[in-house]
Design a protein around this ligand. Sequence first.
Ligand code: SAM
Length: 282
Amino acid sequence: MNQEDYALEDAYDDASGTDDDAEATRRDAGEAESSRASRGWWDRNADEYQSEHGGFLGDDRFVWGPEGLDEADAALLGPADGLAGLDVLEIGAGAAQCARWLAAQGARPVALDLSHRQLQHALRIGGGIPLVEADAGALPFRDGSFDLVCSAYGAVPFVADPVKVFREVHRVLRPGGRWVFSVTHPIRWAFPDEPGPEGLSVSASYFDRTPYVEQDEQGRAVYVEHHRTLGDRVRELVAAGFRLVDLVEPEWPAWNTQEWGGWSPLRGNLIPGTAIFVSERA
Ligand SMILES: C[S@@+](CC[C@H](N)C(=O)[O-])C[C@H]1O[C@@H](n2cnc3c(N)ncnc32)[C@H](O)[C@@H]1O
């Protein structure tokens, strides 16, 4: 993609309209349906997402989730002064904020996302990061192309077959390379997605892996999220050839008074909101 691409499509308008009429349900959703829904939803909602959350994310910070845990403090990818010269792939990069931080540390990041509009926001912000529009389930790179692969809430929560994604990550990583990703903490699936007190009472089984689906009047999915338990995620990583190094559950910091959807200081002080898996290619 190039800058002209962003300018040409600045007045982008998706013909499929809004998601206001979508019905929320729990039902199965396979790989193709999930991928199609994600691309459409992120294309339609990228502008709103970036205008609502862009300030919190910062143009060139690496924020792992709504708690505000910053890679500059957490060093989950390894010491920041060891990132220089590394080839890094960011999956589900959105507007490539994290990739921009990586570039500032001297790394060579590539930002990959399924959504054309999200990548247009990456172009709008700038920084010269190489952008790739592709599905995380089929990474368009040669074997052993990267020293490090990372993702902050990108792709993994939205795919029906995470092991396929993890195997792809394993393939493109060099031996010993890290794969670090954050997702909604699985425990949150047992609670209503509400920031207030109504979000504190268990309303569903933690063990129910049925996807959350928003569908249109024809029953076509327009948004899909997939749930796995913590144990599922560990088994998926091991099945794809990774070794789990750490599982980080960021605590809600006192400085963060901001709500992000169902993530809030109230809930964040009581239950975890984000899980970050730090793994290494065996
Ligand atoms: C919550 S955003 C996270 C983006 C960025 N890391 C941030 O914190 O803003 C999720 C991103 O994952 C992307 N995504 C969803 N499914 C994907 C897939 N199958 N392959 C690649 N990217 C995907 C979406 O387009 C979206 O940009």
